[in-house]
Design a protein around this ligand. Structure first.
Ligand code: XIL
Length: 381
C-alpha cells in the first residue's frame, strides 16, 4: 500500500469506529475527582514507593482518580527528622514532586503527634526530660524547618494529630506533660509563622463518638479563644462495617462543621476483619497477637462481605454528598487493598479489604457504589 491508500484505509476505519460509537456508548470513565468535582476533593495517602513512581499500578489509580494526596509516613517526625541535627527530606521531596507533577492539593501529615516520634525529641542525651522552653524551641525548629521547606507548596497541614482521649479529655502525651496544655496553641502559632497562607488542621480519629467529638469541638474553640486560626477539622474515618452508623456519621459532619470551618475526612478506610480489641478507632499503639480466627478472608473476600462493604461505602458517601457544602476533602488511607496499613494493624500479616480498589488495582463493588452515589446526587448543571 502506498501512503495515500494507507490514509484512505485509516479514514475508512475511523469512520467505521465513529459509526460504532453511538451516543449511549460508554465514554472513557473519569475518576472520583471528576465525579465529585465542585463538591469536595477526593484523595489518597500514598507511600514512598508510590511517590517514587515504582508502583505503576498505584500511580495509574492515583493519577486517574484523585486530586489530593497525603504522605502515609514520610513527613512524620521519625522519618523527616530522625536525629536532633539532621533532617531527611528525600522522601518528602519525592512526595511533593509527585503531587506537583500531577497538579494535586498536597496535605502535610503531621507535625505534632505522640506516635512515630523519636524519644530524643523529649529527652536530653542522658535521658533526662527537656524543660518546657527547650521542648518549645525544638518544636519551633522542627515546624519552621519542615513547613518552611514546603511553604506555598504543601497547602494544608495536620498540625496536631490525636491529642484527645476517647472521653474527650486531653491525652497525656510527652508534649502535654513537658509543655503544658498550651502546646497546641504553640504548635499552631509556629506553623502559622512558617507559612501564613497554609491551611492548618486539627486531626483525630473516632470523632464519630459523641464524647470525643465534644472534646474536639472544645479543643478547637480553645484554640480560637487563644487567637489561633484553625482552617479545618479532620475526622480520620477509620471505620468498620457496623460503626459508626450512617446517622452518627451525619451528626459528626454536621456538629464538627458547626465550628464554622470545613470538615475533612482524612484517612477513610473500612476494616472487614474481626476486631481483637474492644476499642474502636486507630490507636497505632494497640496491637494483638495473630490467630487464624482473626484472618478469615486470607483466601479471598466472600461476595456477601463484598456487598456489605459496598453498602457501607454507599451509606457514608450518601452523607458526604448530602453534606457536601460542609465537607472540603475526603482522603482514603491508602490506594488499594494490598497497600493498606490495615493488613498489618492491629494484627500483623492479615488480609484486609478496606478500600475501593483490590490488590490487582481493579475497582471493587464499593467503588461502583460510590460512583452511583456521585451520579445520583450530582448537582444539576
Ligand atoms: C499509619 C501508617 O499507615 C502505617 O504505615 C504506619 O506504620 C503507622 O501509621 N492514624 C494516623 C496515621 O494518623 O498516620 C496512621 O498511619 C494510621 C492511624
Amino acid at each position: 500500500m502506498n501512503h495515500s491508500s494507507v490514509r484512505a484505509a485509516l479514514a475508512a476505519l475511523a469512520l467505521a469506529l465513529g459509526a460504532c460509537s453511538a451516543p449511549e456508548s460508554p465514554v472513557a470513565p473519569d475518576g472520583l475527582k471528576e465525579a465529585f468535582a465542585g463538591r469536595f476533593l477526593v484523595g489518597a495517602a500514598i507511600n514512598d514507593f508510590q511517590a517514587a513512581g515504582r508502583d505503576s499500578m498505584s500511580v495509574a489509580i492515583v493519577t486517574a482518580e484523585f486530586n489530593t494526596i497525603t504522605p502515609e509516613n514520610v513527613l512524620k517526625w521519625e522519618v523527616v527528622h530522625p536525629k536532633p541535627d539532621s533532617f531527611a527530606f528525600d522522601a518528602a521531596d519525592r512526595f511533593v514532586a509527585f503531587g506537583e507533577a500531577h497538579g494535586m492539593f498536597l496535605v502535610g501529615h503531621t507535625l505534632v503527634w505522640h506516635s512515630q516520634t523519636p524519644r530524643w525529641v523529649f529527652e536530653h542525651a542522658d535521658g533526662s526530660s527537656l524543660t518546657r522552653d527547650e521542648l518549645l524551641a525544638r518544636l519551633e525548629n522542627h515546624i519552621s524547618t519542615v513547613v518552611g521547606r514546603y511553604k506555598g507548596r504543601i497547602k494544608g497541614w495536620d498540625v496536631v494529630n490525636e491529642a484527645l482521649n476517647e472521653d474527650g479529655t486531653l491525652r497525656d502525651t510527652p508534649y502535654r506533660r513537658i509543655i503544658g496544655d498550651d502546646y497546641l496553641v504553640k504548635a499552631f502559632e509556629f506553623a502559622r509563622a512558617a507559612d501564613p497562607d497554609a491551611q492548618l488542621y486539627y486531626n483525630d480519629y473516632s470523632l464519630a463518638n459523641p464524647a470525643k467529638r465534644r472534646g474536639a469541638i472544645a479543643l478547637v474553640q480553645g484554640l480560637q479563644a487563644a487567637g489561633v486560626r484553625v482552617d479545618g477539622i479532620g475526622e480520620q474515618g477509620h471505620y468498620n462495617l457496623d460503626w459508626p452508623s450512617v446517622a452518627q456519621f451525619d451528626s459528626t459532619v454536621v456538629e464538627l462543621a458547626s465550628l464554622g470551618m470545613p470538615v475533612h475526612v482524612t484517612e477513610l478506610d473500612i476494616t472487614v476483619l474481626p476486631n481483637p480489641n474492644r476499642t474502636q478507632g486507630a490507636d497505632i499503639a494497640e496491637t494483638a497477637e495473630a490467630r487464624a480466627a482473626l484472618d478469615p478472608y486470607a483466601a479471598g473476600l466472600p461476595d456477601s462481605v463484598q456487598s456489605l462493604l459496598a453498602a457501607r461505602y454507599e451509606g457514608l458517601f450518601r452523607v458526604l454528598a448530602a453534606r457536601a457544602d460542609l465537607v472540603e476533602r475526603v482522603t482514603f488511607w491508602g490506594v488499594h487493598d494490598g497497600a493498606s496499613w490495615l493488613n498489618g494493624w492491629p494484627v500483623r500479616g492479615r488480609t484486609n479489604y478496606p478500600l475501593l480498589f483490590d490488590r490487582t488495582g481493579l475497582r471493587k463493588p464499593a467503588y461502583d457504589a460510590v460512583r452511583v452515589v456521585a451520579s445520583e446526587t450530582a448537582p444539576k448543571p
